[in-house]
Design a protein around this ligand. Structure first.
Ligand code: HSE
Length: 325
């Protein structure tokens, strides 16, 4: 039986909520699984609607050429929504629409964005007020299905925006970090795919001690550089001693594209997440536009591959509710 107060709360609940969650670049060289930054675009949208039935009654997907699974047990947004229902102890029934704006297997945090948008939309639909950490944990359930691992370096910036250090653990901890005012990110997304799961499997489980020393030195230096607005430190530390050297072979033309970014004036460049996208940190938008064009040219010349480019400020916001009905 529904008591009076619960009844009026339930009556006031919306019928559907639409949420946008942005793409993100992650790792940023030295921060494997712990650094990520939101982009202004592209992004995914997820609509969660109240439905009649039990649990998640349907998942539909657009913008993916039919490739994203619509089975709720394999869909990142649906898994995140299910996480929200479980957290809220809700027996509600919902239908989910996912509108993909982020290319698949691009290294731009597409499954994380769908999962974040699903979690935020479900929470708003059900009148829950899960805090950011709880929403992140729900999104991570969806992300885990795709990559096979527990990492929140895309989901965290997609949720809260900006540059985020996310400390693994239960619960994970999001630490927003400042960026220099003139920081602009240039991204080249070549028209090829790298599955995160595969790009993680080839890394194995162990790293040489000295690679660890370089990596944690650079990660600490990156945090200090961001806090101090010290471009020299940021550029020096955006360097990956662990994953990029192994993964570079998955991205034809990667070394040439990185070199082209630096030649065109980027302060630093490297793989975005597990690739194949390449990101470059630049000072100012004109420099970032030049660097993005140079990276696209290099992908074409070195690998015969066309690319989309994105130029984005570093203060891009996170997930936002677009519509409540
Ligand atoms: N940190 C993750 C990885 C990001 O490098 O595997 C996946 O995009």
């Amino acid at each position: 039986m529904v008591r009076g107060a619960e009844m009026s709360k339930r009556d006031a609940l919306p019928r559907s909520v639409r949420v946008f969650a942005p793409a993100s670049v992650s790792n940023l060289g030295c921060g494997f699984d712990i650094f990520g930054m939101a982009l202004e675009r592209p992004g995914d949208e997820v609509v969660v609607r109240a439905a009649i039935g039990t649990g998640i009654v349907s998942v539909t997907v657009t913008g993916d050429l039919g490739r994203v699974p619509t089975d709720p047990a394999r869909n990142a947004a649906a898994l995140a929504v299910e996480g929200v229902l479980a957290r809220l102890g809700s027996a509600a029934s919902v239908a989910i629409e996912v509108h993909k704006g982020i290319p698949m297997a691009s290294g731009l945090g597409g499954s994380a964005a769908s999962a974040v948008a699903g979690a935020v939309a479900a929470d708003a639909l059900l009148g829950g007020d899960l805090d950011r950490t709880a929403l992140l944990e729900c999104a991570m359930i969806g992300e885990r299905k795709g990559s096979g691992a527990n990492h929140a370096d895309n989901a965290a910036p997609s949720l809260i925006g900006g540059f985020v250090l996310v400390l693994p653990g239960a619960p994970p901890k999001m630490v927003p970090l400042p960026t220099p005012d003139d920081l602009v990110v240039a991204v080249a997304h070549p028209h090829m795919e790298v599955e995160t799961r595969q790009a993680r499997e080839i890394l194995g489980d162990t790293i040489p001690l000295m690679a660890g020393v370089r990596q944690w030195g650079n990660a600490a230096g990156m945090v200090a550089g961001l806090l101090q607005g010290d471009w020299e430190l940021i550029a020096r530390c955006m360097c990956d001693a662990v994953a990029e050297p192994v993964r570079a072979r998955l991205v034809p033309g990667f070394e040439q594209v990185k070199a082209a970014a630096l030649d065109a004036g980027a302060e630093a460049a490297g793989l975005s997440g597990s690739g194949p996208s390449v990101l470059a940190l630049c000072r100012g938008r004109p420099a970032a536009e030049r660097v993005a064009a140079a990276m696209a040219r290099a992908f074409r010349d070195a690998a015969g591959v066309n690319s989309d480019t994105v130029v984005s400020g570093a203060h891009a916001g996170g997930a936002r509710i677009l519509e409540i009905e």
